[in-house]
Design a protein around this ligand. Structure first.
Ligand SMILES: [Zn+2]
Ligand SMILES: [Zn+2]
Ligand SMILES: [Zn+2]
Ligand SMILES: [Zn+2]
Length: 250
């Protein structure tokens, strides 16, 4: 990008800043009756326009929304040195894993009380020091418990979060990469249930999900293991399950 168009971009970006929260506005962008803009999050919180105290209309600023969709936004970690630009759809995911930014301990997603916040590249060390009981080091492991369980799987130079939830007569199992979707899709996960005679078995394979996705989304998407309790019961021997999980590269 040449110097002039870069300067124009900065001017355009400043027009996209919400006057209340100063974050960049993304669609939907509402107008007050005098034509001032506000982001949708702040619109819900204020009674009148913070710029002129006029009322808000239901009119959207479609032109600005279109500009916002086409605009490339700087990463929130620009001050720390990340110079990448992203479209609206991609910036949140990038920021969740930007090497100049920090993540919270992923085990918080499985209700582990941990206040660690740090760089993604430091998470493995943190996990080894603070959560050794959750760590598995093989891409193939067996989940024997009939109740929910979670683990951190260290393999392929990555960290994966395994989670099994039993709820309303259903078993849900998912593996998420502590990384963006673009990296997660490079891995697949096979879930295999079998009985001692090895004749009967269930095997399902799914693409690994990204940790940016919440578990409810994974569970509801149909892109993770979901089995009825009655089916799982058939594969129980002495109150133990032989659910084998195998991670591999696509
Ligand atoms: Zn705002
Ligand atoms: Zn106004
Ligand atoms: Zn960044
Ligand atoms: Zn932690």
């Amino acid at each position: 990008m040449d110097h002039l168009s870069h300067a124009l971009d900065e001017a355009l970006l400043s027009n996209l800043e919400c006057p209340v929260c100063t974050e960049y506005m993304v669609p939907l962008i509402n107008l007050c009756t005098n034509g001032h803009n506000i982001c949708s999050k702040c619109r819900e919180k204020v009674q009148c326009c913070p710029t002129c105290t006029a009322e808000f209309s239901n009119i959207r600023n479609v032109t600005l929304e279109n500009i916002a969709r086409r605009q490339r936004y700087p990463c929130a970690n620009r001050q720390s040195g990340c110079l990448h630009l992203f479209s609206i759809e991609h910036i949140a995911e990038h920021e969740a894993f930007c090497t100049y930014g920090k993540i919270v301990c992923p085990l918080r997603k499985v209700n582990v009380e941990c206040h660690w916040r740090g760089f993604k590249c430091d998470f493995e060390e943190h996990a080894k020091a603070e959560h050794p009981t959750y760590i598995l080091r093989s891409p193939k492991f067996v989940s024997r418990l009939l109740r929910g369980s979670a683990a951190l799987v260290l393999c392929f130079g990555e960290v994966f979060l395994y989670n099994k939830v039993v709820r309303d007569g259903k078993y849900y199992c998912v593996v998420q990469l502590i990384g963006p979707r673009s990296e997660a899709s490079k891995y697949k996960c096979e879930f295999k249930l079998y009985v001692a005679n090895s004749i009967e078995q269930i095997s399902k394979t799914f693409t690994v999900r990204s940790y940016v996705e919440d578990f409810e989304t994974s569970f509801n998407s149909g892109k993770c293991l979901r089995l009825d309790d009655v089916v799982v019961r058939h594969f129980v021997l002495e109150e133990e399950l032989s659910l084998t999980i195998t991670l591999s590269k696509v």
